[in-house]
Structure formats: C-alpha cells, structure tokens
Write a new protein. Structure first.
Length: 248
C-alpha cells in the first residue's frame, strides 16, 4: 500500500502574526515557517502504517517556494521515503493544489492520499475534499483513528456528541484531525539520513495546471483587542454586572 502525503509550509503555529499595513495579507518577512501541524500528523500516521508493515511506500509532496524543500526534508526525517516539490513563488489556492495533486495521483497511483484537515494559514479546509471530488474517490475527513481492514479503511471521526466510524474502500482520500496521533521529533541520525533521500523538483506547468488565483482577498484585519477583565466582590455583584451587560 502506497501513501501520498501533501504537506504545506506555513507560518509556525507559535508565531504571533502581524497584518501588513495595507491590510492585504499577513507579514511574512523574517517569520519562522514550519510544516502545517495537521500535515505533521498525516506524516506521522503514514510512517506508523509503514512501521506496522501496512504501508510499503510513503511519498511527500509540497506545492510552494524553494524553501518548502525544508518542509519535505522534515517529513523525510520523520520517516517518509521520498519527496516531490512543485515549486512556485505564487500563492496557490486549494483548488489549484487539488488539481496538481490529482495529476500526481495519476502518476504515483497511491492507495491513500493523507492530507491535513486544514492549513493553519488560510484555514481553508478544502484541499482534501476538492481532491476527492476531482478523483471521484471516497473521502473520510477529520480522522481521529485510521485502521486498515481487508482492503478498506475504517476511519473514526469526532462528531457532535460522539464518535462516528466510516468504512471507505481504497483508493481513498483521508484528512487528519488533531487527536489522530502525536507526531514524533526526528532523531539526529534520521535527519542525516533524510539528506540523502530524493526530492523530485517540478513546476505547476509540468502538470498543465493553471494556478492563477480565482479568489480576491478583500481585506485582512487583526482580531478585535480583548478588553481587560475586572474583579468582582461577590456572586451577587457578578450577577448584577452580567444583568447590566445584558448577558443574563
Ligand atoms: P487547506 O485546504 O488549504 O486548509 O489545506 C488542507 C491540507 O491540504 C493541508 O493540510 C495539506 O495536507 C494540503 N495542502 C494544502 N495546500 C498545500 C500545498 N501548497 N502543498 C501541499 N499540500 C497542501
């Protein structure tokens, strides 16, 4: 069983982002970038399936700038076998990423495409679903447990009030939720080993995909500042203040 893992290079989750003065996007100058956390979870799951003898090959793909090679190397150091970078300096929207991934799926013929449920920069939560639609494959989004059973996957999903388990026939698209696993840190020997693993360099044009944006960002704004809290003397005081504020 072969697994394809699309990984996105995004602003590190611990960075407090700043909006550019012209309010068109966030400022990426000198900002630490890392692998999208949900993609790390996807890499971890694929590597675990490989360690359990359930997967035979894991291929990582990223669409992004030359520096996304570092993101791919991180995945290779975690245990993935090889990488593909589809290099572009343009921002690529989920539909274009999904179209490129669909072409790579045609070439690589994986049994599972394991994506993050969302990229924490644009919070789109679209790529996996669009890819499943383009391929006409079954999809199981927001996986919190993945089991391989008789040529199919049993995927458990956290839904309102409980857990839902769905069965999808392979090949399938799966997207990872936060509680699927805890990604490992790559060991130094594995980081060294990853330097020798292959990364194929490609361009969007190699797949005949037009990556011109379809969406226009109208405005990006900071969230409203939180007002300072106040101390109350008693429960009665608290209830009175909540009533005055129209909360009760
Ligand atoms: P999104 O739909 O943008 O929230 O992203 C969901 C998932 O799609 C991510 O966690 C990645 O697995 C994949 N993805 C999105 N953009 C890219 C990209 N530029 N390169 C590789 N994978 C991507």
């Amino acid at each position: 069983m072969k697994i394809l893992i699309p990984v996105k290079r995004v602003v590190d989750a611990n960075v407090k982002v700043r909006v550019k003065p012209d309010k068109t996007s966030v400022d990426l100058a000198n900002v630490k970038m890392s692998m999208n956390p949900f993609c790390e979870i996807a890499v971890e799951e694929a590597v675990r399936l490989q360690e359990q003898g359930k997967a035979t090959e894991t291929v990582v793909v990223s669409v992004g700038p030359a520096q996304a090679q570092e993101t791919i190397r991180t995945a290779l150091a975690m245990g993935a076998d090889r990488g593909v970078l589809v290099q572009t300096d343009q921002a690529v929207e989920p539909l274009a990423v999904a179209k490129i991934l669909a072409k790579i799926v045609d070439e690589e013929k994986p049994d599972i495409v394991l994506l993050g449920k969302q990229a924490i920069d644009d919070d789109a939560n679209q790529t996996g679903q669009m890819l499943a639609a383009l391929l006409d494959w079954p999809q199981a989004a927001f996986a919190s447990k993945v089991e391989v059973k008789d040529g199919a996957l049993h995927v458990t999903r956290e839904i309102d009030g409980g857990l839902e388990t769905v069965e999808v026939k392979l090949p399938a698209v799966v997207t990872t939720d936060l509680r699927l696993n805890e990604p490992r840190y790559a060991s130094l020997p594995n980081i060294m080993k990853a330097k020798r693993k292959e990364i194929a360099m490609k361009a969007p044009g190699d797949y005949g995909v037009d990556i011109a944006p379809r969406l226009e960002v109208v405005k990006v704004a900071e969230p409203p500042k939180r007002e300072a809290g106040i101390k109350v003397e008693s429960v009665a005081d608290l209830v009175g203040k909540l009533k005055n504020a129209g909360v009760l």
